[in-house]
Ligand binder design. Structure first.
Ligand code: NOJ
Length: 760
């Protein structure tokens, strides 16, 4: 029986013919019109309200303050609530007790998997595998929707070039092209082809906009940026997500041009709706509306009115819209049309999700039992994790390890199951994730001996460690003096054939509100590393991190470094897969690793100055350089080793020049020159030598991940056309300008081969 049969007769007539999957836009519009005709002003404003539910024990929800508001029609959706019984209970209040019985949206931060957790997004981006990434979002949607969720606050597509900013871990790194590809893949994965299907969920792309460019890498801080840079570098991933059909978008916390994004009309209406044609709804970030009071943008009534007028549709948590819009309307500060437009967009989202057809569409207990954290999903998460790791160094082929002898595993991240899923993994079963210790033991069985000691705490400072191990993700701090803890590890390491050192950051050392000024491995862990080196045993550094770290000293002193980010629920098994060579690593960095924090922001696609240093040089007076470190990164964008090697032929073009209507094909032959099968990400960059607006020294324009058997060759061809050669000029028109272009092809942004062509 359709839920709306219990409606009053008028509502029933208004909506009864509504079957969303077959509903054309115009009939959905008519139905929304009829529904809105029945709504009071208060009920319309109620749709704009998105409170955080918190988790209720069954039975508690009914008497909560939230339940009362739902009953009064003052809530449009809820988030931070999980499980079919809890969600069903809340939905039933909306559709059985409220006057108009309008169903609720149920949102959650499903960021990199649900209970089967994939690597943190920065790690995921290092797979450079769009099919794989899309599938992670698909599986996350499958699991989340099986648990009652119909809207995710993902993907986070904020480009960032500042490793101090903790939330760099939640995005896809520094590059607009790679970031845009990933944004599209994620939206496709979550939403699928049919948003009304019970296993797809709506995507809310965030944080619009420029959140990753906060001053000093300080979270929530001011952003001030030229429009030209916005359009060419920071906007493309948001636009890509919008073009891919993301149903909603989240305004960011930061201000832009002195106006908080949450009430920035230029951003939320002129760019988003008028220029990009976005049709979904805009939600604020958590208390983003009320925070504008602290920004100095007015009192709560003023900021709420400004936000609505700017194009904000939904207010997460602040209840500024809920409590003040009626008054602002009376005072003529906003119009009824503005309220209607916002309300309509929320109702449209509910239509698109099929909630008017069946509000319990996502509340199937059987699915919840059978589709979450399954063996199949976990096996996929393990595969994805193993492909996200980046092999940074492997001197004398120390890796892969053999399954023989004694392996000493040391370090604060070695036996730390609850850290593996990384930041923003709210649905994860933290204590069921596979630690590295467990992964190594699983991998060697009786063939080798794994001995373990912690070796050091995360940080010498217990207060710092407490801040970095929140949300129940304790590292069980060892109260003994650092040298005692270290000596214990050194003792066991002396008896081993090889040492695996699991060091770096804890899960909560990156993510929201986790900015750092020192982006190195904490000193007490480095003391452990120094002591391990002194044993003379080979040391493999397994680096856990949510951001690029300054690891110059480590890169100079350790024979092998495997960067494993936070690999998700199956991290330990996946790391073992790579350490023992069952999987040949193929991850490539999506973010530059600086030598020193003072180089930040450092990124490959920088502009030339009028005084470039010149290749191969370190310092030259009156050129662009530092006195104390070279301009080089430790590891550049696109970089990552394999257990095999690849060689590249010189790239060949099919023409020497093209016109604006023609395209040009670049071909390169890649050979697997080692003795193992492996995957390589072939990367193509261009440089537009002269522009009416100066162009970066390199820009990624295409890539392909290929798999080659040992000794195998493959020709890879890329086609470039006008769109690939265009950029936003000073009038913000997207144009390709005639002139000479350089084309670079290679396995990372530095190690490339070059050719040139002319655009006539
Ligand atoms: C604040 C975060 O900035 C945002 O990414 C998240 O989606 C919301 N909180 C909701 O949890």
């Amino acid at each position: 029986m359709k839920w709306f049969y219990s409606f009053s007769a008028v509502v029933f007539i208004a909506l009864s013919a509504c079957t969303t999957s077959t509903t054309s836009t115009s009939s959905a519009d008519e139905k929304i019109d009829s529904l809105m005709a029945l709504m009071t002003l208060e009920e319309k404003i109620g749709q704009l309200n998105l409170p955080s539910a918190g988790q209720f024990t069954t039975g508690e929800a009914e008497s909560s303050d939230i339940a009362k508001k739902i009953e009064q029609g003052l809530v449009g959706g809820l988030f931070n609530i999980k499980s079919v019984p809890a969600i069903r209970e809340m939905q039933s209040i909306a559709v059985e007790k409220s006057r108009l019985k309008i169903p609720l949206l149920f949102a959650m931060d499903v960021i990199h998997g649900y209970e089967s957790v994939f690597p943190i997004p920065l790690g995921l981006s290092c797979t450079w595998d769009m099919e794989l990434i899309e599938k992670t979002a698909r599986m996350a949607a499958q699991e989340a929707s099986a648990d009652g969720i119909n809207l995710t606050f993902s993907p986070m597509v904020d480009l960032s070039r500042d490793a101090r900013w903790g939330r760099i871990s939640e995005g896809s790194g520094e590059d607009p092209f790679l970031g845009s590809e990933i944004a599209r893949a994620m939206v496709r994965g979550y939403q699928g082809d049919d948003l009304t299907a019970n296993n797809t969920i709506m995507s809310c792309v965030k944080h619009y906009a420029l959140y990753g460019a906060s001053e000093a890498g300080l979270d929530y801080n001011t952003v001030d940026m030229s429009r030209n840079r916005m359009y060419n570098e920071y906007f493309p991933p948001y636009k890509a997500a919008v073009d891919a059909g993301a149903g909603s978008i989240m305004a960011s916390f930061n201000e832009i041009d002195g106006i908080p994004a949450t009430a920035n009309k230029w951003l939320l209406t002129d760019v988003l709706r008028t220029q990009w044609g976005f049709k979904g709804f805009v939600v604020s970030d958590y208390t983003g509306v009320s925070e504008m009071v602290d920004h100095g943008y007015g009192n709560i009534q003023e900021v709420s009115a400004k936000a609505l007028a700017a194009g904000l549709d939904m207010d997460m948590v602040s209840e500024g819209l809920l409590n003040t819009l009626a008054q602002s309307l009376k005072e003529g500060k906003i119009t009824e049309q503005q309220i209607n437009a916002a309300c309509r967009r929320i109702l449209e989202a509910k239509f698109k999700l099929g909630l008017f057809d069946d509000p319990y569409r996502y509340c199937d207990e059987n699915r919840a039992k059978n589709e979450i954290f399954t063996a199949e999903n976990r096996a996929f998460a393990r595969k994805v994790a193993s492909e996200s790791f980046v092999l940074l160094k492997n001197q004398n082929n120390l890796l892969p390890l053999k399954r023989t002898g004694t392996i000493a595993l040391v370090g604060p991240l070695a036996d730390a199951s609850n850290q593996m899923s990384g930041t923003w993994s709210v649905a994860a079963r933290h204590n069921e994730s596979i630690s590295l210790l467990k992964g190594l033991q699983n991998a060697v069985g009786n063939q080798a001996k794994v001995i373990y000691a912690k070796g050091s705490n995360l940080d010498a400072d217990s207060i710092f460690e407490a801040k970095a191990t929140l949300f129940g993700k304790t590292l069980h701090r060892d109260p003994r003096p650092a040298d005692v803890i270290r000596e214990e590890a050194v003792r066991i390491a002396r008896n081993a054939d090889v040492i695996v050192a699991a060091v770096g950051e804890s899960a909560e050392m990156s993510g929201e509100s986790s900015s750092r000024t020192d982006i190195g491995i904490p000193e007490t862990q480095r003391d452990l590393l120094k002591a391990l080196l002194k044993t003379g045993k080979p040391v493999v550094l397994v680096l856990f991190t949510g951001r690029p770290l300054t690891i110059k000293w480590e890169s100079e002193n350790f024979p092998a470094i495997l960067n494993v980010w936070f690999g998700g629920s199956e991290a330990g098994d996946a790391i073992a897969d790579v350490l023992f060579g069952d999987v040949n690593p193929s991850g490539k960095l999506s973010t530059t690793f600086p030598q020193h924090v003072g180089q930040v922001p450092i990124y490959y696609a920088h502009k030339n100055t009028g005084r470039p240093l010149g290749e191969g040089k370190w310092f030259s007076k009156f050129r662009t350089n530092y006195l104390d470190v070279s301009n080089d990164p430790v590891y550049p964008f696109g970089y990552g080793l394999s257990y095999t090697t690849f060689s590249y032929s010189d790239p060949k073009l099919d023409k020497a020049s093209i016109t604006l209507d023609e395209s040009i094909t670049v071909s390169v032959e890649i050979t697997n020159t080692g003795n193992r099968d492996g995957a390589e990400v072939v990367q193509l960059y261009i440089r537009d030598l002269v522009g009416s607006v100066t162009r970066p020294v390199k820009e990624l324009k295409a890539f392909r991940k290929i798999t080659l058997k040992a000794g195998e060759k493959q020709t890879v061809s890329f086609t470039l056309s006008k769109n690939d050669l265009s950029f936003y000029n000073s009038d913000l028109n997207f144009v390709a300008e005639p002139g000479d272009f350089e084309v670079f092809v290679g396995g990372d942004s530095q190690n490339v081969k070059k050719t040139t062509f002319t655009l006539k």
